[in-house]
Design a protein around this ligand. Structure first.
Ligand code: NAP
Ligand code: G4F
Length: 321
């Protein structure tokens, strides 16, 4: 039985990845930080199948202990302060958890179990003010937020530990991926949740920032398969994971409102409070390398994804009425 340690197991990706690895027969250990109230919503259906280890990415001693306890064959470092907008109000915390957290996890692996395979959750935010389109594994980085800068550090320290210590370390450069388990602050879920509430008479308007931003949005359930595939290869490498299609926030809004028979222009208000100090205008990934070397392809289209999320939120509020 293979053993895995997942950081960020309570998050969107951690929950889908844990499901995938449990299905494959792995013994799954999840690093969970201490919180005053319980936060198992995304993993409540598999909670009893996971062994939780208390720890924090900012605390190397807890990560060393986690690696000692779990003796992992594979480590997936998904934990992060992952909300871009908040990285301007908490830049130091973001650097510590999202950037240095990757180093702490790598260092725990190097010291305790150097033959463990390591996955780093890197991000298309690293491309920021894009130098070329579409973005590939060789596109230079130009991050536009403290979060993006922290992820660039996480990426390069992963590459460096691979080259310095021969650790099997992969950096997955994942473009935006969403699901009904997406945090409510991110734009897709903010929209689908609001659409359901407006349709059911629980809310009257939706305040958004930049409607012109373009993102390459895919389904999180598809993307965790790419993470696993990276760690099953003959040699460690870095991969872009994306759909190869891009859409504006406006298109997202239109699909979501239309799905419940509403006209988005009657409800959406642009609010400067949700504009960012520096924006990433366009992301479009080229997933050719992942397709060729991993045999990975996305299955869920953008339209199917948004409808799936709206349906989920309609059901959630419908049931609570
Ligand atoms: P998410 O839902 O925000 O989950 C983040 C996870 O990190 C949560 O489990 C959170 O725990 C945990 N965490 C936060 N601070 C921590 C700390 N100090 N120590 C230990 N754990 C901590 O994020 P996601 O969407 O699943 O994304 C997973 C990873 O992929 C993140 O690193 C993200 O930056 C990266 N990424 C995401 C996307 C995307 O589109 N989703 C794209 C590219 C890269 P709590 O539940 O306690 O908060
Ligand atoms: O949904 P978002 O907050 O995601 P963002 O900033 O692209 O970051 C996500 O994807 C990254 C991968 O590229 C991950 F690394 C990161 O952890 C996170 O998962 O915003 C998407 C776009 C932005 O251009 C934003 O300005 O939507 C625009 N937007 C417009 N109005 C809004 C809003 N975003 C949010 N969150 N809320 C709004 O009201």
């Amino acid at each position: 039985m293979k053993r895995t340690l997942i950081t960020g197991i309570t998050g969107q990706d951690g929950s889908y990845l844990a499901e995938l690895l449990l299905d494959k027969g792995y013994k799954v250990y999840g690093l969970k930080r201490r919180t005053s109230t319980e936060n198992y919503e995304n993993i409540k259906h598999i909670r009893n199948d996971i062994e939780f280890i208390s720890g924090d990415l900012a605390d190397l001693s807890s990560l060393i202990q986690a690696v000692k306890l779990s003796k992992p064959d594979e480590v997936y470092n998904l934990g992060a302060q992952s909300f871009v907008a908040d990285s301007w109000s908490q830049p130091l915390y973001t650097a510590e958890v999202t950037g240095l957290g990757a180093l702490n996890m790598l260092e725990a692996v190097r010291q305790i179990k150097q033959d463990a395979r390591f996955y780093q959750a890197s991000s298309s935010e690293m491309f920021g003010k894009v130098i070329e389109t579409p973005q590939t594994e060789t596109t230079p980085f130009y991050p536009r937020s403290p979060y993006g800068v922290a992820k660039v550090y996480g990426h390069w320290i992963t590459v460096n530990y691979r080259e310095s210590f021969d650790i099997f370390a992969c950096s997955g450069i994942l473009f935006n991926h969403e699901s009904p388990r997406r945090g409510i602050q991110f734009v897709t879920r903010k929209v689908t949740d609001a659409v359901a509430r407006i349709k059911l008479g629980l809310q009257t308007e939706l305040r958004l920032g930049n409607l012109d931003a373009k993102r390459d949005w895919g389904f999180a359930g598809d993307y965790v398969k790419a993470m696993w595939l990276m760690l099953q290869q003959g040699r460690s490498n870095d991969y872009v994971v994306a759909t190869g299609k891009t859409h504006t926030v406006r298109e997202l809004v239109e699909i979501a409102f239309t799905h419940v028979g509403l006209n988005w222009e009657d409800y959406v208000i642009q609010d400067p409070a949700f504009m960012r100090p520096a924006e990433v205008d366009l992301l479009l990934g080229d997933p050719q390398k992942a397709k060729k070397e991993l045999g990975w392809e996305p299955k869920v289209s953008f339209e199917e994804l948004i409808k799936m999320m709206v349906d989920h939120d309609m059901q959630k509020y419908g049931q609570n009425q």
